[in-house]
Each structure stands twice: as structure tokens, then as C-alpha cells.
Design a protein around this ligand. Structure first.
Ligand SMILES: [Zn+2]
Length: 291
């Protein structure tokens, strides 16, 4: 059983290498690390996801394999404002003893600490948030979006289109999280976006997991630069094997893998893998902040 896994992994790695060799012009990026802008990055606990069938995230993994996944949000403080990256599972799940079952029991989702209480702990009101950016609009990232209707929302144009299409519910979106009665200032991006204009916090378009998926480059001066993966990779094993869920757009995903690898090479940034529980457990949580 090992051989097919090896072959498919190798094929994918070769494909990614081919993209890097043949398509460098489209992978070139102005992102660079200077480490000269004061920043604070807070790691917030925005829920837990028990995946009872990990093969959904990587068809090469044995069906029925269990894995507990983290579900963080991140707050970035720049002298020009606050950016919240993802909003996790809804605070309304807090206090439900056994969480909720999703997709016929494929996932159990729970919240042990609300996002609102974690912001309150560091004296940040939801109305203080200037920018809210989503790695993408799947429902494990949008649960608390409605707390931040005073912020400018940053998302890729294709993500906005997909999440507002009539089929959205069939593709992991929960439109009730982000379709609002009140008018919200939404900036639809069509590629990379320098949030504060000085290169320190840059949204990177990394489509593939969803139509307008994005990752975030944060040039922390003391810790060193990091790239917040979003769901470009769900956990370390997928990163190690360049593996992806069966529903990803494969060509786009391979391109995004190579694009981010290029940025990591150029900037020596660390990749923080969004749902990896081991990695999340080892990180210091808010009120601690990385600088
Ligand atoms: Zn996710």
C-alpha cells in the first residue's frame, strides 16, 4: 500500500518543481523581509475540530483516520491599525458540552474560549478592528464574522463570488455567517495586497483550496517573518507530502504551493500551518504576543 502513496506524492512534488522551474515569472513577488516595522501578533484559540475521517483532507490517508485539529485566529497590531485574520468557529458554540456534529459526524466542532473574551482580555473591542481578512470563507473561518461589521473586510474577488453563489452551501460555506443586513465595507482583491502599505503585512493570493483562498505574510521584526498558511496546508503531514483535499483545484493548489515555497525561500519566513494542533499547542497564546 505504500507504493501508490509514494508515487502520487512524488508526482505531485515533481509537478510543483516543474511549476517552479517553468513559471518563475508568474511566481515573482515583491514580498521581502526587512523586519523594521513594529508589529504584534496575537494567537487566539478559535475552536477545535475533531476530524473523524482524515482522508477527506488527503485521499492517501486511510479512511476513518482520526485527527484533532486546531482552529486559530490571529490578531495583528500595526501602528496604522488592527487586522484580524479569520474568525474561527462561532462563539455561540461555547458552553455546548459536546460541541456540534457536522457533515453526518465527519467532524465535531467545539469552542472552549470565545473570541470575544480573548479580545476583551487584551482590551480590544470588536469595533476597534480596522481590517478583517479571511483566509477563505469556509465555515470554520467565518463563525464570528458578524462581530466585526465596522471593519473593512478583505477577500479575493473569486472567493466573494463563490461564497455568494447559489451553490455556496454545498461547498463548505455558511452564508448566514457573512451575508448581512447591515452594509459592510468589503474590498474585493484580485491578487496580493499590502494591508498597511509598507510591506510588513501582505495578503498573498493562494487559490486552490477554494476559489479565492489567501495566505498572510507577516514580517515580525524580532520573531522573524511568518506566513500564515490558511488552509493551503491543513496540517504538517500534508505540508511534508504536498498533499491536498480531493476537492481542491489541483493545478491552482500546486501553483500556490510553489508560490509560497518561493516566498519562504526568499524571506526565510516560517510557515505556520493553520489547523496543525501540535504546532498550535506549542505556540504562545494571547495575551502573549509575538513581535
Ligand atoms: Zn479550515
Amino acid at each position: 500500500m505504500k507504493l501508490p502513496l509514494f508515487i502520487s506524492t512524488l508526482t505531485l512534488m515533481l509537478s510543483a518543481t516543474t511549476v517552479m522551474a517553468n513559471d518563475l515569472s508568474s511566481l515573482s513577488t515583491s514580498i521581502s523581509s526587512h523586519g523594521n516595522t513594529p508589529l504584534k501578533l496575537y494567537v487566539l484559540d478559535c475552536g477545535r475540530i475533531d476530524a473523524r475521517d482524515l482522508s477527506l483532507f488527503n485521499p492517501n490517508i486511510k479512511k476513518g483516520t482520526f485527527k484533532a485539529l486546531a482552529n486559530p485566529c490571529y490578531l495583528i497590531q500595526h501602528e496604522k491599525g488592527l487586522l484580524l485574520w479569520d474568525t474561527g468557529l462561532s462563539d455561540q458554540l461555547y458552553g455546548l458540552n459536546n460541541g456540534i456534529e457536522v457533515m453526518d459526524g465527519a467532524f465535531n466542532m467545539s469552542v472552549v474560549k470565545t473570541l470575544a473574551s480573548q479580545l476583551d482580555e487584551i482590551k480590544v473591542k470588536p469595533t476597534d478592528i480596522n481590517y478583517l481578512a479571511f483566509s477563505h470563507l469556509h465555515n470554520d473561518h467565518t463563525g464570528n464574522a458578524k462581530l466585526f461589521m465596522d471593519a473593512t473586510w478583505l477577500m479575493q474577488e473569486p472567493e466573494h463570488a463563490m461564497a455568494h453563489s447559489e451553490h455556496a452551501k454545498n461547498y463548505g460555506y455558511s452564508p448566514q455567517d457573512y451575508i448581512l443586513d447591515k452594509k459592510v465595507n468589503i474590498t474585493k482583491l484580485t491578487g496580493d495586497h499590502d494591508v498597511f502599505g509598507d510591506g510588513s503585512v501582505v495578503i498573498i493570493a493562494t487559490p486552490g483550496h477554494s476559489a479565492g483562498h489567501q495566505s498572510l505574510f507577516v514580517d515580525l521584526p524580532k520573531t522573524g517573518a511568518v506566513v500564515l498558511s490558511g488552509d493551503l496546508y491543513h496540517f504538517k503531514e500534508n505540508r511534508d507530502n504536498y498533499a491536498m483535499p480531493g476537492w481542491n483545484n489541483k493545478k491552482q493548489t500546486i501553483h500556490s504551493f510553489a508560490l509560497v515555497d518561493n516566498i519562504l525561500d526568499q524571506t526565510q519566513a516560517a510557515l505556520w500551518i493553520h489547523h496543525d494542533l501540535d504546532e498550535f499547542s506549542a505556540q504562545q497564546k494571547s495575551p502573549y504576543f509575538y513581535q
